[in-house]
Design a protein around this ligand. Structure first.
Ligand code: PEP
Length: 251
């Protein structure tokens, strides 16, 4: 039995056509899962309302966003307002994914502003941290993660800290097929937990990076690994279901 609820979060990135989305939910409905874990999906922002409707009929899948602006409204062409996400009834937002950091140049300072903007609207946040391969090889993993947490979680209001979840995603493991060993991940998860200012025991810390149905079991055995943030393997309903089933066994 896990101490904290196990979460399986699908990050669909910029994937899934409308046809693929409806097939996903048709298959999920057919499989009639008895979910004991929390199953969450973050589709492309444009698909959020459609997924919310489909997830409502399937039941018990929460829908979130992969990113949002640090601003509520104004002249920010192409951005996604956290106020509008809250209006839509979105349950969570992923902030600081390594693709946002590396490809779109999002700094710790901007990510901190985004986090605070989401919390203001009572949106749950999955805040991502993780080192590159070079940083790991230079023994800088803990230093890098510590800085990302210190700067990213700056001024976290105590009364909103229960809305925060962390995802440890080593950049070298994302989309590469190279998963961190359960021991490597647990070591960083325990470190992250020790760094939290509030709710040290109850904060959910997810692992992300090439999680698949055949490797999730050993990761979830670890005390400080409370679930997974999953890219590739969350796109196929069979795999997503299997990930949720493995997680449900522990609840
Ligand atoms: C991710 O994008 O957060 C991720 C972990 O991707 P993948 O599972 O494909 O490595």
């Amino acid at each position: 039995m896990k101490k904290r609820e196990v979460h399986i979060v699908g990050n669909w990135k910029m994937n899934q056509s409308l046809h693929e989305i409806s097939q996903f939910f048709i298959e999920m409905t057919k499989m009639k899962m008895e979910l004991k874990c929390k199953a969450w999906i973050a589709p492309q922002a444009i698909h959020i309302p459609i997924l919310k409707e489909m997830a409502f009929t399937t039941g018990s899948i929460y829908i979130g966003a992969q990113n949002c602006s640090q601003f509520d409204s104004g002249a920010y062409t192409g951005e996604i307002s956290p106020a509008s996400l809250a209006d839509l009834g979105v349950e969570f937002v992923i902030i600081g994914h390594s693709e946002r950091r590396a490809i779109f140049g999002e700094t710790d300072e901007v990510l901190n502003q985004k986090l605070l903007a989401c919390l203001k609207h009572n949106l749950k946040v999955i805040f991502c941290v993780g080192e590159t391969l070079e940083e790991r090889q230079n023994n800088q993993t803990f230093k890098v993660v510590e800085k990302q947490l210190l700067e990213g979680l700056k001024n976290l209001p105590q009364d909103k800290a229960h809305l925060l979840m962390i995802a440890y995603e080593p950049v070298w493991a994302i989309g590469t097929g190279k998963v961190a060993t359960a021991e490597e991940a647990e070591e960083v998860h325990a470190f992250i937990r020790s760094q939290l200012a509030y709710h040290k025991d109850s904060t959910i810390i997810l692992y992300g990076g090439s999680v698949k149905p055949d490797n999730i079991g050993s990761l979830l055995q670890k005390d400080n690994i409370d679930g997974a943030l999953v890219g590739g393997a969350s796109l196929k309903p069979q795999d997503f279901k299997q990930l949720c089933t493995s997680a449900s066994v522990l609840m």
